[in-house]
Ligand binder design. Structure first.
Ligand code: F6P
Length: 334
């Protein structure tokens, strides 16, 4: 029988090869994984336990919260507060820094997360997920400035997909590996080692209903894809839009493609939708580690110096040659 490599074994063996790494990081990852297993169970039980539907409240960003947005945030905060591995946290659902209660020990990492990404899909039974990013921190009482690190400083990034299978996609800066939750034994098992994004692709993902608000470089790129074999690209493209970033990135990790949530001119106060610290940065780290690229259209996501916990950025990610082409269109249009 083929040997099953569990996530814990994989991480311990990987960390052994890295000088100066303590076991704390493995323990922190275990805390996150435990919380995500709990979330997976709730998402899977759905209406049987009454967790679907709206919470009749708004989060800090004025978005209507689902009951599961609140429940999953509480699960993450609770699982990560007491173990002594973190100095602080930040979540999509909470305005400021989430502090570790005084009576618990503090650790040397910061965790930033979106506890339930794509939650507008939850009531229609489509894939949602948890995204997380881990940074180092020297302070025991971190200030906002301690969180304001560019994505290149991430120690680890990952996301858990709650889909037909529950999967964890992870990078610690040494490639990207995918693990599937074996429900029988309650362990994540390595099923997708060394994930790699093909450099070329014929598939794009964008919310076409926003087309009238896009800038000219994005209009140009999408128009050329739509022209297919008859146009300058000389090949036909396919389109997908799941409206769930975790599901789109997993598809791109599996078979390539490009995802765009570009700058748009709908609302001058909100020129972009996705959040840098717990959506764009972790996805950029994963995508780059799998050989893809990730940009705002004008600059590399991972090099942005953050200006706030909930800062929004335009996001273009996926197959390297397509992302480079879109970036070139933006720079030409300057
Ligand atoms: O807020 C995140 C998110 O739900 C992403 O997961 C997804 O890619 C995007 O928003 C969908 O946005 P829209 O509903 O505008 O298509």
């Amino acid at each position: 029988m083929a040997k099953k490599v569990t996530l814990t074994r994989f991480i311990i063996e990987q960390q052994r090869d890295l000088p100066g790494v303590s076991g704390t990081f493995t323990l922190l990852l275990n805390d996150i994984v435990k919380a995500c297993k709990q979330i997976s169970h709730l998402v899977n039980r759905g209406d049987l336990i009454g967790v679907l539907g709206s919470a009749d409240s708004e989060n800090v960003q004025g978005e209507v919260q689902k009951k599961l947005d609140i429940i999953t945030n509480d699960i993450m905060v609770d699982a990560l507060s007491w173990t002594g591995h973190l100095a602080g946290m930040a979540s999509e659902e909470v305005d400021g820094i989430i502090r570790i209660p005084k009576h618990y020990p503090k650790g040397k990492y910061l965790a930033l997360f979106d506890p339930l990404d794509g939650s507008s899909n939850i009531d229609v039974n489509l894939t949602v997920g948890t995204i997380f990013s881990i940074l180092r921190c020297n302070a025991t009482e971190p200030t906002l400035e301690d969180f304001m690190q560019p994505g290149t400083h991430q120690v680890c990034a990952g996301f858990v997909l709650y889909g037909p299978s529950t999967m964890l996609i992870l990078t610690t800066g040494h490639g990207v590996n995918g693990f599937t939750l074996d429900q029988d034994i309650g362990e994540f098992i390595l099923t997708h080692p060394a994930m790699a994004i093909p450099p070329d692709s014929k598939e794009f993902a964008i919310n076409m209903s926003n087309q009238r608000y896009w800038e000219p470089p994005v209009q140009r790129y999408i128009a050329e894809c739509q022209q297919g074999e008859e146009g300058v690209r000389g090949k036909n493209f396919n389109m997908r839009w799941i409206a769930s970033l975790v599901a789109e990135v997993f598809r791109i990790l599996t078979r390539g493609g490009v995802f765009l949530y570009p700058l748009d001119l709908r609302d001058p106060n909100k020129p972009a939708k996705l959040r840098l610290m717990y959506e764009a940065n972790p996805m950029a780290f994963i995508v780059e580690q799998a050989g893809g690229a990730c940009s705002t259209g004008r600059e590399r996501i991972l090099e942005i110096k953050p200006g706030g916990l909930h800062q929004r950025v335009p996001l273009v990610l996926g197959s390297k040659n397509e992302v480079d082409r879109i970036t070139a269109y933006h720079l030409e249009a300057k």
